[in-house]
Design a protein around this ligand. Structure first.
Ligand SMILES: *Cc1c(COP(=O)(O)O)cnc(C)c1O
Length: 412
């Protein structure tokens, strides 16, 4: 495989069953976008939908749109649409709020199912917002609560009958390592723990089967692999068996059994609606539906296959062409890798800035990780080839040494 040429990559593109999706996206003409794991590309149709919801719906029909254009049902309609992509049933998923807020809600609900347990198991190296949010929650709940941190291989053995909630992210945001959802969930259930899965880096990128794993709760964002747009709302999954019993505490009127009765006291909605809190951002939600709809049309097994193939190609080309430049592969080589390749390099920040300037957009995660997101719906094999060749020229010509590439920007 090491002697692969650019033409070989072009041939792989010709045989790619997902190639048809590329044309549905607005892609930069002068760069290769390897950051879809941070902010997905814009589906072309998003522009028409945005114009429609702003001018015709908000602009003309105004408040009538809540009924006339299905604004009030949008959170559950999009949830139902997204459900099959994560192995959930209609009525088990709702689109709402942000991942951070949803994590607060579902971990609270999970804790309320466990009145005699006070420990939440988490991975310390997880994306910080997950840890920060739960740290805030237990501060509110009081001193008996605590977070137990475990990493990677040590997670399973840390699950015992004192753990109330096992709260983990399926694909690690830095390394791209996949955790075994099935094994971890069944170990948690054996000892009576409840699971919360963060699917931010797996939903839309790989086959996730929440119900086959008997997962209890899950959350995830839609602006990454679902291409929902910047700040598009996140989703919540709550397994049907918990509806009515597990109650999230941000009990706003949208989670009331009869919001338009305007009663004084809260009565929880019986279904997934209870996971809602208040009025949703309709414009961004309407736009996000475009990307989610595309995801439902793609065969997720093919998406996963191509994602692994793009990653394998990236790693092979990197090792062949950039083997002498001090990159260390941080992501797993095998099927336990999600949809990104992460490399470690002590000049990682400057190298990434030089690469972005050269038209290959990845990102950097402190202190020394370069991330390359691989999004099968709009990336070609030939893009991976071109990206690695750009990286090679930056390393041979030492472009990254320029002072301007060493100045830190706010968003990395
Ligand atoms: C992207 C991501 C988030 C995002 O949270 P927001 O509330 O949307 O800012 C949370 N957790 C993980 C693991 C992520 O990768």
């Amino acid at each position: 495989m090491n002697n692969l040429s650019r033409q070989d990559c072009q041939r792989l593109d010709l045989d790619d069953p997902l190639a048809v999706f590329r044309d549905e996206f607005q892609l930069p003409i002068d760069s290769i976008y390897l950051c879809g794991n941070s902010l997905g590309a814009m589906p072309k149709k998003a522009l028409t939908v945005a114009a429609e919801v702003v001018t015709a719906q908000w602009g003309i029909d105004l408040v009538k749109s809540w009924n006339a254009h299905g604004w009030f049902q949008m959170a559950t309609d999009i949830g139902d649409m997204l459900a099959p992509t994560i192995g959930a049933e209609p009525g088990e998923v709702v689109m709402t709020d942000s991942t951070s807020i949803n994590l607060f809600k579902v971990v609270s609900a999970a804790l309320m199912l466990q009145p005699k347990r006070y420990k939440i198991l988490m991975e310390g190296s997880n994306f910080p917002t997950d840890n920060y949010t739960i740290q805030g929650l237990i501060k509110l709940l009081g001193e008996s609560y605590e977070i137990i941190f475990a990493e990677g291989e040590d997670i399973v053995s840390a699950i015992d009958d004192t753990i109330a909630v096992v709260c983990l992210t399926q694909v690690h945001y830095k390394t791209g390592r996949v955790l075994e959802m099935m094994d971890i969930t069944s170990k948690a259930h054996e000892v009576g723990s409840v699971t919360v899965w963060d699917l931010c880096h797996s939903a839309g990128a790989m086959d996730v089967d929440l119900n086959a794993c008997q997962a209890d709760f899950a959350i995830g964002c839609t602006y990454k692999y679902y291409n929902g747009g910047p700040g598009s709302p996140a989703f919540i999954f709550a397994a049907k068996r918990h509806h009515g019993a597990a109650l999230q505490p941000l009990t706003g009127w949208w989670g009331h059994q009869a919001p338009f009765n305007f009663e004084r006291d809260y009565r929880p909605a019986t279904g997934i609606h209870q996971m809602l809190t208040g009025t949703q951002p309709i414009i961004t939600m309407a736009v996000s539906k475009v990307g989610i709809e595309i995801a439902t049309r793609a065969n997720i097994k093919q998406v996963r296959q191509k994602s692994l193939a793009l990653g394998n190609l990236f790693i092979e080309l990197l090792e062949h062409h950039c083997g002498d430049y001090g990159f260390e592969l941080v992501s797993p080589r095998d099927h336990t890798r999600g949809s990104q390749v992460a490399l470690r390099h002590d000049q990682g920040y400057a190298i990434m800035q030089a690469l972005i300037d050269a038209g290959v957009v990845g990102d950097f995660r402190a202190p020394d990780i370069l991330r390359f997101g691989l999004t099968p719906l709009y990336l070609r094999y030939v893009d991976v080839w071109d990206a690695v060749m750009k990286l090679k020229s930056i390393m041979t010509e030492q472009t990254w040494q320029l002072a301007k590439y060493h100045q830190r920007q706010t968003v990395t």
